[in-house]
Design a binder for this molecule. Structure first.
Ligand code: ADP
Ligand code: MG
Length: 573
């Protein structure tokens, strides 16, 4: 074939492929345009997974009738004028590609009327060409309908998933933007059935109720906002789930940069990392996180769909996200309630558990950072938990401590609770450089496999910092000169083996695991008889830790059966 310039229609379809991958891409672009137009109300209607019909209506600024055709030309935009404007971008769009791309792969009708205009316009397009143009009276705003999507691109049609799957992608797009813009009223109707409506109240918790349900909304914690690095270059705000709830996939972490929905494996990881030690393995949090940075510090022009961004200083953003989430968790880890472990209590309000705590005279270990002014944006509040004073009742099965608190009966897993206490003791001592170390009378040999040896070699200094002074003695043996005092009379060799089994880790993860295992191997065992004084001491210490409600592995340390729940069980209320 000789070299020749492609027909403009072919060019448009090829280019459209980059922006419009599937029906949900059309919805995303149209919703972004509506948001850029300042709409406070956005209604989306779809049929047949978006393949038969996608219609997005807004009450935004509208397009003057004379500009309607121009809006459908490639690289026509009202959002930037010069390339430099990209660095002060305050809109979601800027490439001027969405409308022409949609018109290249679907039949499109647009009606629009600017707020101050006496008359609006209507335009009907097929194959990127105008079929009909007319004047029209309508309320201010814009409505764009796309029908017969991809009919002209059979190859694309073949790659699409089933209609329900495409519909699910569309619902996800609307959910994400509903979470990013709680002040906008969204409605989504799929195959004539209403599937989502948000009140547009401006409160994130209200949007979360609609997207994830009341139970999730109740268990969400505020992050960032007032009081958190208010003048920092990177501001992180939003809500994250308390460790009381979780999901089995990582798809519930929603990230927005300057309210643009983005995907980022690294930042998702930052969020998940903040839950380290709080969620069981395989469990993932729910999060809605907006990161605000100066437009100069982020490049949004690295992907045609604008779903990935590049930060000037990615590790700073990573750190800011992780700290904000962690802070919220440390401030407010709730106590697990019986409702989570036993089915009959499912309807019990999680928050009811917390409302009974009388003010305790003990100083909370960590004071919440949040100022009281921010309580407006908090959903159904989950205050910081300090354990109330507990009265020891006894021990059952040599495994659980039974105690009475002002709000009900407490059952405490003695091993998990002790682990938590020791873990925090270790990290405190380490920070203060006051770790108690036991010197061994004669050096103890410790044998390692080749795989363990290579991991140990990388972390000899880290181990020394935690009290394990180990010297290499031949290829497969180390000599221990000191061990952490906590482990002196315990099986520290088993602990070290377990530690070195777990493969390569970054230093901070290695240290955390080292501390968790040290705590685990030093803690009283499940099935060990405890004296009353020992148990009282344990309760007293547990009341003082930062996160009394879960062990370093993320298992709950205690559960509370409230008076209310007891009353219900005995049919007294
Ligand atoms: P971009 O959003 O990158 O500017 P688009 O192709 O999505 O490019 O839209 C082209 C132009 O059409 C926009 O810049 C805007 O001026 C106008 N436009 C599109 N949708 C709307 C809408 N819903 N309300 C008002 N103006 C719109
Ligand atoms: Mg656009």
């Amino acid at each position: 074939m000789p070299i020749q310039l492609l027909d403009p229609q072919v060019i448009s379809r090829i280019a459209a492929g980059e922006v419009i991958e599937r029906p949900a891409s059309v919805v995303k672009e149209l919703v972004e345009n509506a948001l850029d137009a300042g709409a406070t109300q956005i209604s989306v209607e779809i049929q047949g997974g978006g393949l038969e019909l996608i219609r997005v209506s807004d009450n935004g600024c509208g397009i003057p009738p004379a500009d309607l055709e121009l809006a459908f030309q490639r690289h026509a935009t009202s959002k930037i004028m010069r390339f430099e404007d990209m660095f002060s971008l305050h809109s979601l769009g800027f490439r001027g590609e969405a409308l022409p791309s949609i018109a290249a792969v679907a039949e499109v009708e647009i009606t629009s009327c600017p707020a101050n205009a006496t008359e609006g316009g209507r335009l009907h397009m097929r194959d990127g060409k105008t079929l009909k143009k007319s004047a029209l009276g309508r309320a201010p705003g814009t409505t764009i309908s796309a029908v017969r999507l991809f009919q002209s691109v059979p190859a694309r049609l073949k790659f699409l998933k089933s209609r329900p799957t495409e519909a699910a992608h569309i619902a996800n797009v609307i959910s994400q933007y509903a979470l990013a813009y709680p002040e906008v009223k969204f409605s989504l109707v799929m195959d004539s059935k209403s599937s989502l409506t948000t009140p547009g109240s401006g409160k994130l918790s209200d949007a979360i109720i609609q997207v994830y349900g009341l139970e999730v909304a109740r268990n969400m914690l505020d992050i960032g906002g007032q009081g958190w690095n208010a003048d920092a270059a990177i501001k992180v705000s939003g809500m994250v789930s308390s460790p009381a709830i979780s999901r089995s996939t990582g798809n519930y972490v929603s990230l927005f940069v300057n309210r643009r929905w983005i995907t980022s494996r690294r930042l998702t990881y930052a969020v998940e990392e903040a839950y380290h030690g709080l969620l069981m393995t395989g469990k993932h949090p729910i999060a809605v996180i907006n990161i605000e940075v100066a437009p100069t510090d982020v490049d949004v022009n690295i992907h045609p769909t604008k779903s990935e961004v590049k930060f000037k200083d990615e590790s700073a953003v990573f750190g800011a996200v992780q700290r904000a989430v962690r802070q919220a968790l440390v401030n407010m880890t709730p106590v697990s309630s019986i409702a989570e472990v036993s089915a009959p209590y499912q309807t019990t309000k999680q928050s009811a558990l917390f409302s009974h705590h009388p003010p305790t005279t003990r100083q909370p270990v960590a004071e919440p950072l949040k100022s009281s002014a921010s309580s407006e944006t908090q959903p159904l509040a989950t205050p910081k938990v300090t354990l109330p004073a507990l009265r020891l009742l006894g021990q059952i099965r040599n495994s659980y401590i039974v105690a009475e608190g002002p709000d009900g009966l407490y059952l405490i897993d003695q091993h998990a609770a002790h682990e938590r206490i020791l873990f925090e003791k270790l990290s405190r001592e380490k920070t203060l450089d006051k770790l108690e170390v036991q010197a061994l009378l004669s050096p103890e040999p410790f044998d390692v496999t080749p795989a363990q040896a290579s991991i140990l070699a990388q972390h000899v200094d880290d181990l020394a910092e935690m009290g394990f002074l180990l010297e290499s003695f031949g290829t497969s043996t180390y000599l221990a000169r000191t061990v952490p005092a906590m482990l002196a009379d315990k099986n520290w060799k088993a602990m070290l083996s377990e530690l070195l089994e777990s493969g390569d880790r970054e230093r901070s993860q290695f240290m955390e695991r080292l501390m968790a295992l040290t705590a685990c191997h030093s803690a009283v065992r499940f099935g060990q008889t405890l004296g009353e004084d020992e148990m009282r001491e344990m309760l007293r210490q547990l009341e003082q830790v930062d996160l009394p409600n879960s062990c370093p592995h993320g298992r709950p340390t205690l559960i509370c059966l409230t008076h209310e729940q007891l009353g219900k069980e005995f049919k007294r209320s």
